[in-house]
Design a protein around this ligand. Structure first.
Ligand code: ADP
Ligand code: ZN
Length: 723
């Protein structure tokens, strides 16, 4: 019985904390189960894709523990942003790393000793220093969360030797549960992590790797710079990453885009650490929209609002491609993943693989490349193939989010075009590549063609009915369909095939994709109806505030929250509170200023706001939640005082106060005079007016001993509502 009550209290408080600190009303899949497991003090292994909300799985329990949660993360550069994000939600957190002075580290350690913090971020190097371990042993550590835990495995793509030593955690802290988190899917890595960390119970939480909001598309690469310009035309304000294979391409493309007026920066391992950090920072803070980068850029990029990831060159493996595309749309909003595919790139990579000394490495790399090519060439749903790669079955016949499913190709009888191509390959002696064959078909008068006297061939100039790009894609299609093949490494040439003959002699018809006016690169198909003008205004406001505070804009509000505001046009703090991602702290800190902007905008444009949609909440829990608040409400109506209600219900005074606070914020007519004397109310109001409706503790400090947190909270709720 007591156990049951305990569990239901925890359930209620989980949802309260979710709303209060994170501004969400429901959990993402698995989050709740994982949190319950953690609260039961068991080890857990969390395997979920990027954007699935892994951080919340340790951040929320950290609030319920009466001690410290230690997050181990390999990326010192990102710790500050992570901590700023928590602080912005009102969660006491800090980090300790080499970027801080000794004095600063000391001050933070002092706070830890005083049990004032809930979450501490450290890198493994620091954690494992004997002196630091000893220091931690003197604290009440409740959980270790190991982020990017695949770094522990040599089989993973980001192996870090210092992660290996993390196995000492289980020896030094035998009673502290460990949570390992990763987005890397392969089985070998999973097993390795569990073994290395010596996790007990082996409870694995594995989410689907399907990223529903990502729109996968593959485009033939013929003139990539212009293709990208065309793509970017209506996306000037969107954030995106463009991946290239070489540093040189990164540099050229970044300056090319700059010359066209885009705010783009390069990022690759050839730049100094300072430049890289600076560029990353400017990208994260929305000072520039586009990051042109090699794969050196990416692990742990927490920016939630990346709207597209473009692969300018062919990636070397599906695993890498999945991780890179995964950086789009962490916030769950529709985002694009565009890959420009060419056989020339394939040959470049093959050439590169041939240079490798180690035979086994060669084999692995070749296999990875083959898988990648199958993915690009096939006419099978991209999502289905990607998920199959990770051992997951996708059963739906149309995924609604890839080029194959959304832009089914119309075909036409392309036999004549195919015959022209094959015949041209034959007559030029099977010695030339794609572009040369197209030149001959188009009757180009270039030196090479004239030198070879190919202007005298029967097929010279017979292809003027289609443009160059079109012939190129016909040839690529014939390769895919197996009517002709590419041969050779560095300068691949077209060769006929046994399947060529029946086409040449007219025995077999070939159906090709119908030519289009221009090759489209479409916006994600998921429909979005938000007010772009207001969104832009809110974005500017957010950027101004972010710069004032020296934090990335997404720390103030995610795009998701801003977009929701432009759909519902909230007119009061109460409305605003219903917007996803707005917890108490943010409501108080930024609510008023955003409301003003929205209200002004509505007035200027004669907009009549819609009702805020009720947010989706899991039914059973919603019931549990409303009913407990309802019981308090009923007792309140019977004129019981807070301590009386608390006693009657066997709950803490603070819990009852939080119920009343909730009722007030929900707009119920609750008088607080019975709980806080009018004089006290006056006094509390005065202090809030001075300090702004922010954190409770500074206000409590000013007011002194005679005032309880409960009293202060209730007055604050009243004030929020009045505003
Ligand atoms: P991961 O670490 O798995 O890549 P994050 O923890 O960064 O994912 O979360 C991805 C995004 O989802 C963030 O923008 C986060 O604020 C948001 N998010 C997490 N949990 C929820 C939830 N329960 N409801 C709504 N949004 C959530
Ligand atoms: Zn599909």
């Amino acid at each position: 019985m007591i156990q049951e009550i305990k569990i239901s209290i925890i359930l209620i408080s989980m949802y309260d904390l979710l709303q209060k600190y994170f501004g969400y009303t429901s959990f993402y899949p698995l989050q709740e189960d994982i949190i319950k497991e953690v609260l039961a003090h068991r080890d857990v292994f969390v395997l979920m894709p990027t954007g699935s909300g892994k951080s919340l799985c340790y951040q929320l329990p950290a609030l319920l523990f009466n001690g410290l949660t230690i997050v181990i993360s390999p990326l010192i550069a990102l710790m500050k942003d992570q901590v700023d994000g928590l602080l912005a939600n009102g969660i006491p957190a800090t980090f300790i790393n080499s970027s801080l002075s000794y004095a600063e580290i000391d001050a933070r350690r002092q706070k830890l000793l005083e049990n004032e913090l809930k979450i501490l971020y450290v890198a493994p190097e620091r954690l494992l220093m004997p002196e630091f371990l000893e220091f931690l042993q003197g604290l009440k550590v409740c959980l270790f969360a190991i982020d990017e835990s695949h770094c522990i495995s040599e089989w993973g793509h980001d192996f870090r030797p210092e992660y290996r030593q993390l196995k000492v955690l289980k020896e030094k802290f035998p009673n502290v549960p460990v949570m390992a988190l990763t987005a890397t899917a392969t089985q070998v890595v999973q097993d390795d992590i569990i073994r290395q960390l010596n996790l007990s119970h082996n409870k694995i939480f594995k989410a689907s790797f399907n990223r529903k909001n990502l729109y996968y598309q593959i485009r033939p690469k013929h003139d990539p710079f212009h293709q990208i310009l065309q793509y970017l035309k209506d996306r000037r304000t969107d954030s995106g990453i463009i991946y290239c294979q070489s540093r040189k391409t990164v540099e050229t493309l970044a300056s090319g885009l700059q010359a066209k007026g885009y705010r783009a920066l390069p990022y690759h391992a050839g730049l100094s650490a300072e430049v890289r950090t600076d560029h990353q920072e400017r990208f994260i803070r929305d000072d520039v929209e586009i990051m042109v980068a090699t794969i050196a850029f990416g692990m742990g990029i927490d920016k939630p609002g990346v709207r597209y990831v473009i692969h300018y060159d062919l990636p070397k493996s599906i695993e890498g491609y999945y991780q890179e595309t995964g950086r789009a749309g962490r916030d769950g909003l529709p985002s694009d993943c565009v890959l420009f595919f060419s056989y020339a790139d394939k040959f470049k990579i093959e050439h590169f693989i041939q240079q490798k000394g180690d035979e086994q490495e060669k084999q692995i790399a070749s296999k990875q490349l083959r898988e990648m090519i199958t993915y690009c060439e096939g006419n099978v749903c991209r999502r289905k193939l990607l998920l199959a790669y990770f051992g997951e079955q996708f059963k739906e016949s149309n995924c609604g989010g890839c080029d194959v499913c959304l832009e089914p190709k119309e075909r036409f009888d392309g036999t004549i075009a195919a015959q022209k191509i094959l015949s041209c390959v034959y007559r030029t002696g099977e010695r030339f590549g794609i572009n040369y064959i197209v030149d001959v078909l188009l009757g180009a008068r270039n030196q090479k063609v004239l030198q070879n006297r190919h202007d005298t061939l029967k097929t010279y100039g017979v292809g003027k009915e289609y443009a160059k790009v079109q012939w190129q894609s016909f040839i690529r299609e014939l390769i895919q369909l197996g009517y002709v093949r590419l041969d050779g490494d560095e300068y691949p040439i077209l060769k006929l095939h046994e399947k060529s003959r029946p086409v040449l002699v007219g025995e077999e018809k070939v159906f090709l994709i119908k030519p289009e006016e221009k090759l489209p690169v479409q916006k994600a198909a998921v429909s979005e109806t938000y007010d772009q003008t207001l969104f832009d205004r809110l974005r500017v406001l957010r950027k101004t505030l972010a710069d004032q505070e020296g934090v990335p804009p997404y720390i103030i509000f995610h795009d998701t929250s801003l977009k929701e505001m432009t759909v519902y046009y909230p007119q009061s703090m109460l409305d605003l509170r219903k917007i996803s991602g707005i917890g108490d702290r943010k409501l108080m800190k930024y609510g008023k200023i955003f409301l003003e902007e929205i209200i002004n905008y509505c007035e200027q444009n004669n907009i009549i706001p819609k009702q805020c949609s009720p947010q989706p909440v899991e039914f059973s829990v919603k019931e549990a939640k409303t009913s407990t608040v309802q019981v308090t409400f009923d007792l309140y109506k019977q004129h019981l005082t807070i301590p009386e209600i608390a006693q009657k219900r066997g709950l803490a005074v603070s819990t009852i106060a939080s119920h009343l606070e909730k009722l007030i914020l929900d707009g119920e007519d609750i008088s607080i005079d019975g709980f806080v004397t009018p004089e006290k109310q006056q006094h509390i109001r005065g202090v809030f007016e001075e300090s702004g409706l922010q954190a409770l503790s500074p206000v409590k400090e000013k007011l002194g001993e005679g005032y309880s947190y409960e009293e202060i909270r209730l007055v604050r709720a009243k004030m929020i509502l009045e505003r």
